[in-house]
Ligand binder design. Structure first.
Ligand code: ZN
Length: 311
């Protein structure tokens, strides 16, 4: 049994308009909608999951779209960038595609020797498309306009902005098994060798940065990946032993979860590989129908009519 933290499981962010979000991620970025469900705490709003063909942990980006939500602000105590890995030679394709779709982006740059392009999604959420030195061999989801030679492979890294990184770094190294790999100015790159991909967490330390405001266009939380519920509960004990508050195990239908706020202020989740997204619909049909948890099935008609139209 692998009892380690296996990199990033998923990242959850907040969006405004649901249709704009759906169009951007499924068409412009070319991700697969692997699950269309509702916010379990507010079933009249969507919860979208985008990823690869099966929704492999390390590829899953999820959104709560709330029409009319105020715009958040990037800042300290937040996940401020989401990095996807893309193949060597694809950045020219992406620059052209972002440009043609009126996406705000910056021309290619490099950090830690990896070339990347940064851009903002329709709500201002910040991304990077990174070409890693070691090619990312994960099989991509493709669409007609985004072929395998260009398609994203899943997460490359996240960036946490911190006023003082020590306590966050200690969770990464002492509890999650990451190691500090390298440093460029005030950016510290932590990596786990428990997995090959989605294995990097960068911390950017800016003492005077004001705290970010989590709202539209912000990351709500980042989930780290474990194999199963047994390992999940081992990590629960480790977090408790650090003196931190952590939730009980929560059933999220597609994985089991724990949530805790790390000392640097970012909401962390730990989530299991099991049971996965094909638990309530076959892989070929992932994302097609609206999936509701059992407690809301009786209200399906009412819920479906209240949700925004996507087509
Ligand atoms: Zn989550």
């Amino acid at each position: 049994m692998n009892n380690r933290i296996k990199g990033i499981h998923h990242i959850t962010a907040i969006a405004g308009n649901a249709k704009k979000n759906f169009d951007f991620y499924t068409r412009v970025l070319g991700l697969r909608m692997v699950k269309k469900t509702v916010n379990f705490d507010d079933p009249h709003t969507y919860h979208f999951y985008y990823g690869d063909k099966v929704g492999t942990p390390g590829t899953i980006l999820t959104f709560f779209p709330w029409e009319g939500i105020q715009t958040g602000r990037r800042g300290a105590r937040q996940v401020t960038e989401i990095g996807y890995s893309v193949p060597e030679g694809s950045l020219g394709f992406w620059v052209k595609r972002l440009d043609e779709n009126n996406v705000i982006y910056n021309k290619p740059s490099a950090k830690f020797g990896d070339e990347y392009v940064s851009f903002l999604d329709p709500d201002g959420l910040k991304f990077e498309l990174t070409v890693p030195k070691r090619p990312d061999t994960r099989e991509p989801w493709t669409i007609d306009e985004v072929a395998a030679e260009n398609a994203t492979r899943g997460f490359h890294h996240i960036t946490i902005t911190s006023n003082k990184m020590d306590a966050t770094a200690k969770i990464l190294t002492d509890v999650f098994g990451y190691k500090l790999l390298e440093q460029e100015v005030n950016r510290y790159r932590f990596v786990t060798d428990a997995v090959e991909n989605a294995a990097i967490v960068d911390i950017v330390e800016i003492p005077a940065e004001i705290a970010g405001h989590v709202a539209g266009g912000s990351v709500h939380h980042v989930a780290f990946r474990v194999e199963n519920e047994e390992v999940l509960m081992q990590y629960r004990e480790k977090i408790v032993n650090m003196g931190l508050n952590i939730t009980e195990k929560i059933d999220r239908n597609y994985f089991y979860s724990l949530y805790f706020r790390e000392p640097g202020g970012v909401l962390f989740e730990i989530a299991t590989d099991n049971p996965g997204f094909s638990v309530d619909e076959p892989v070929a049909e992932l994302g097609n129908g609206l999936k509701l948890p059992a407690q809301y099935e009786a209200y399906r008609n009412e819920i479906e009519q209240s949700l925004p139209k996507l087509a």
